[in-house]
Design a protein around this ligand. Structure first.
Ligand code: HEM
Length: 395
């Protein structure tokens, strides 16, 4: 750890600390010590780190902060350039409104298709077969729900899974950058061809709905479809696997849900609060004008990373923040972000997580891990923290 002239610690980020269900240790320490910290990013640039609940909401909602600019990043590719996550203000809002309205119309059918896809994927368990929940269930489930929504054939799942994984890589393998570049090109071409084909032959899918909408250009439709796949696949697949892992290593929580499946929605919410998507990471914002936040004087042109994962464990807002308590009445967690960048797919994600956990506790209450929890690895190399595997079976 170096020291800046002002005495503020600078940490290389992401750290190489152990990955887990919880926070990156650097973010956790900064939260617990309420200490200003700067993060040095792997592809160049530094960020202020903000961890307090109210400060994180301020970054997400104040006009002082912007998504434009060339923000420091942990992924090998400038993943979000030109996409929704780099848009601000009216242009962003316009696209968001349309996407939200179109998605809302489809929530019922998304739940129905999620139930049917998950029922099929879990069925080998009934034959006494042990499965790897990550590879055999959560990943195919998440990509198929998106594929069904967007009108993408199942045969293309593996291609999409490969592209998204290359785009979310945060490792320094010699070929990571080249892989990410070709994934952007290949997936970009794939999505453009999909939108063009759908434009010539409209169907009953979300891409066709977008094309029918006067408010979206061809480029908007491509950008949004691309964004939904990138933002929606690994996030939900790994969050679901990590939730199942968390419940199986806490039999008391598992029993609460097998006995009262109606508590699934509140359990999903609390697990979303406590399980970090990527160690507590969020996308950095550009500081537009000088501002003082979290005890730090930031200059125009600085960048700041509002850690949503840390904010979710702010003891000033959540009692006993590290404890999992289903049905908390306290404030809304920030796992889906906040304000104008709030996750566009949060409702889809919640449906998937509710269906995923719901079918397990109702239909497979005897499910168990078939290996010691400590023996399950947490491979490095992706911005989305994930389990190497989750071997499960019925007794
Ligand atoms: C558990 C699963 C998920 C988590 C934890 C999650 C989390 C987030 C967060 C934190 C953001 C805001 C990022 C930022 O700008 O700081 C975001 C944005 C976004 N998410 Fe999700 N997400 C999940 C699933 C999904 C799904 C299933 C979809 C699509 C169906 C989706 C689509 C999007 C899109 C398009 C954005 C960009 C919104 C914008 O910038 O206007 N997400 N998500």
């Amino acid at each position: 750890m170096d020291q800046l002239a002002v005495g503020c610690p600078v940490h290389r980020y992401p750290t190489d600390g152990a990955r887990s269900l919880g926070l990156d240790p650097v973010l956790d320490n900064a939260l617990k010590n309420a200490q200003p910290v700067r993060l040095e990013y792997p592809h160049g640039g530094e960020c202020w780190l903000v961890t307090g609940y109210n400060d994180v909401r301020t970054v997400y909602s104040s006009k002082t902060f912007s998504r434009s600019g060339n923000a420091p990043r942990i992924t090998a590719s400038p993943l979000f350039a030109g996409g929704l996550a780099t848009m601000d203000d009216a242009a962003h809002l316009k696209v968001r409104r349309i996407v939200t309205a179109e998605l809302n119309k489809r929530m019922g059918s998304i739940r129905t298709s999620a139930e049917s896809i998950m029922t099929d994927l879990l069925s080998p368990l009934r034959e006494g077969v042990g499965i790897d929940y990550v590879a055999d269930v959560a990943k195919p489930f998440s990509i198929r729900v998106l594929g069904k929504l967007l009108g993408i054939p199942v045969e293309d799942d593996e291609k999409l899974i490969g592209w998204v994984s290359a785009l979310l890589a945060d490792d320094f393998a010699p070929n990571a950058e080249a892989n990410a570049e070709s994934a952007v090109k290949d997936m970009g071409r794939y999505v453009m061809e999909l939108v063009t084909a759908r434009g010539e032959n409209l169907g009953d899918d979300l891409v066709s709905d977008f094309i029918r909408h006067d408010g979206l250009s061809y480029l908007d439709v491509v950008t949004v479809a691309f964004g939904l796949i990138i933002a929606g696949f690994e996030s939900t697949a790994h969050m679901l696997s990590k939730m199942v892992f968390q419940l199986l290593i806490r039999p008391d929580l598992w029993t609460v849900l097998t006995e009262s499946p109606d508590r699934i929605p509140s359990a999903v919410d609390e697990l979303l609060r406590t399980i970090s998507l990527g160690g507590g990471e969020a996308i950095p914002w550009l500081v537009r004008e000088p501002v003082s936040l979290g005890g730090v004087d930031m200059a125009a042109g600085d960048y700041v990373m509002p850690s949503t994962g840390a904010a979710n464990r702010d003891g000033l807002v959540f009692d006993d923040p590290d404890q999992i308590v289903f049905g908390r009445s306290q404030k809304q967690h920030l796992t889906f972000g906040y304000g104008t960048s709030y996750c566009l797919g949060s409702q889809v994600a919640k449906v998937e997580l509710e269906v995923g956990l719901g079918l397990l506790v109702r239909e497979y209450p005897g499910l168990r891990l078939t290996t010691a929890p400590e023996s399950i690895g947490w491979p490095a190399g992706s911005a989305v923290w994930q389990l190497a595997e989750l071997p499960v079976a019925l007794p």
